[in-house]
Design a protein around this ligand. Structure first.
Ligand code: TLP
Length: 341
């Protein structure tokens, strides 16, 4: 039985071209700043996002943590959407390691309005933490993979910056956002001081993310990365895959989006399935089934060779390189069968 694994785009396997580049990568010790392949990746990533500098980090979680640590200090606060990855899924890293509190704000679709940003900023009062930064997420995972209209993201970021806040963007899937909106990734990145993106999700590299931003913040990030144990050595072997990812895997994200759309539209036609189609803009499809709890639905799917995950009542299907149009049809057939049981 061919298993269709839609748990995450983190499951994307490196392409043969990546494996070849990894095997042949020119290497050095990156803690000495001497790995030419890492240096090249950092330059290329910064250039692509229109930033002065970049630093290769082990994961999206480390990119966000270090991104917050360079934008706020112990005792300060960072504003974030209440369903953001930094607030929900990063083990309170900024609080634990940086003494930085996240102020979670409930939003309709994952992006704060300028008014919400303004209201969340603390007054100058000795009882309260100082608000140092705001962080946004594009595409927004828990809100369905929404790719922000640039104007909305700009408005939220401008509201923060006008009040002297730094802005960090969790752009784990920023290239999905760029492809979906047709906006240059530089324009999206320009809304924030620091931006992190993942090479290890839809772009297919085996591991790694890049944090980009102004030179001084990236220099500070280097010290935090070392402290966190993220100073790796001949890590150009991973950076080599990242370079191939940036070169060859960005434009094809449109295929994943088309597959997700097909999936979502067909699910929406099924009785007892609820999908908010206007949220399906990239490679994530969230939906609810009325007839059984998510755990049972997932177990029934798994028994038929379809794997997925749920958060709360919402089931998530993720499309990616390695999931083709045939797999989408297979997944739909499995769902139809499970719902008829
Ligand atoms: N998301 C993963 C896991 O959390 C489950 C996923 O499967 O979606 N920001 C966003 C928006 C993310 O979705 C993720 C990972 C991260 C950051 C963290 O990246 P990693 O997993 O590389 O630490």
């Amino acid at each position: 039985m061919r298993v269709v694994d839609m748990r995450s785009d983190t499951l994307t396997m490196p392409t043969p071209e990546m494996r070849k580049a990894m095997a042949g990568a020119e290497l050095g010790d990156d803690v000495f700043g001497e790995d030419p392949t890492v240096n090249r990746l950092q330059e290329v990533a910064a250039e692509r996002l229109g930033k002065e500098a970049g630093i290769f980090v082990s994961s999206g979680t480390m990119g966000n943590l270090v991104g917050i640590l360079v934008n706020a200090r112990s005792g300060e606060e960072v504003i974030a959407d209440a369903d953001s990855h930094v607030f929900l899924n990063e083990a309170a890293g900024s609080a634990t390691l940086g003494g930085i509190q996240i102020m979670p704000i409930k939003t309709e679709r994952g992006l704060l309005t300028p008014e919400q940003v303004q209201e969340a900023i603390r007054p100058d009062d000795q009882h309260q933490p100082r608000t140092a930064a705001a962080t946004f997420e594009d595409t927004h995972n828990r809100h369905g993979g929404i790719a922000w209209p640039l104007a909305d993201l700009r408005a939220a970021a401008t509201a923060a910056r006008e009040r002297g806040l730094a802005v960090h963007l969790d752009g784990a899937r920023i290239f999905n956002a760029a492809v979906a909106t047709g906006v240059d990734v530089k324009e999206i990145a320009a809304t924030a001081d620091t931006v992190t993106f993942c090479l290890s999700k839809g772009l297919g590299a085996p591991a790694g993310s890049v944090l980009t931003g102004p030179k001084d913040k990236i220099a500070a990030a280097r010290r935090w990365r070392k402290m966190l144990g993220g100073g790796m050595r001949e890590v150009g072997m991973l950076a080599a895959a990242g370079l191939v990812a940036l070169d060859t895997m960005v434009d094809r994200l449109a295929e994943d989006h088309a597959n997700a759309r097909t999936l979502a539209e067909a699910l929406a036609e099924m009785d007892g399935v609820r999908v908010e189609l206007d949220r399906v803009q990239t490679n994530l499809v969230f939906f609810e089934v009325d007839s059984m709890p998510p755990e049972r639905f997932l177990a029934e799917c798994r028994a038929r060779g379809l794997r997925a995950e749920a958060s709360g009542r919402k089931i998530r299907f993720v499309t990616r390189h390695g999931i083709d149009a045939g797999d989408v049809q297979q997944a739909l057939a499995v769902v139809a069968e499970v719902l008829s049981t």
